[in-house]
Design a protein around this ligand. Structure first.
Ligand code: CU
Length: 184
């Protein structure tokens, strides 16, 4: 009798243990599934952040351009050539050293040999169009800098190396104020 009772007990204990272990495994599986689910969510959140280093790989170039002179005769860009690397992010600081009001200048980058054409179209656009025509020949344009003002312009340099142009599109300034953008 005693022996059967003991055997019965052991069997019950065995059953208890057997019942416990699968449920624990099931819990662990549930936890594992949750972790995987969280990881997937994290990946989708961090996805746009991953794109940022792609932009930072683009070389950044800081260049400075000065407008000098204070009359229609002696006004000029101090630098007649600017050099940038193809497809780099160009950070241009444009300093207008003019003193009197007619010395309003900007800098407009154009495709090769189109600076005069762009300047002519700009004069027609006038002040309301900020002296920048809507033209495929315009690569980038700075805001107009009043005498003594400094303006900034950020743009991506052309992908194709070559000689491009830049010009001040304030009416009649193109004759004295134009230069070459050398893209290497
Ligand atoms: Cu000008």
């Amino acid at each position: 009798m005693k022996r059967y009772f003991l055997r019965g007990c052991l069997f019950s204990c065995y059953l208890l243990l057997w019942n416990c272990s699968p449920s624990e495994t099931a819990d662990e599986e549930a936890v594992a599934t949750e972790v995987i689910a969280q990881d997937t969510t994290d990946d989708s959140i961090s996805a746009p952040v991953v794109e940022v280093p792609d932009n930072t790989l683009q070389p950044v170039q800081e260049i400075t351009l000065h407008a000098i002179g204070n009359t229609q005769e002696d006004m000029a860009y101090k630098e007649d050539t600017l050099e940038v690397t193809a497809q780099s992010l160009v950070n241009l600081t444009f300093i207008n050293e003019g003193v009197d009001m007619p010395m309003m200048h900007n800098v407009v980058f154009t495709t090769p040999d189109k600076y005069k054409q762009v300047a002519m179209a700009a004069a027609e656009v006038g002040a309301s169009g900020n002296y920048v025509p809507k033209s495929p020949a315009v690569i980038a344009a700075s805001p107009m800098a009043l005498p003594g003002q400094t303006v900034e312009l950020e743009f991506t340099a052309p992908a194709k190396p070559g000689y491009y142009d830049f010009v001040c599109t304030y009416p009649d300034h193109w004759r004295k104020m134009h230069g070459t953008l050398l893209v290497k």
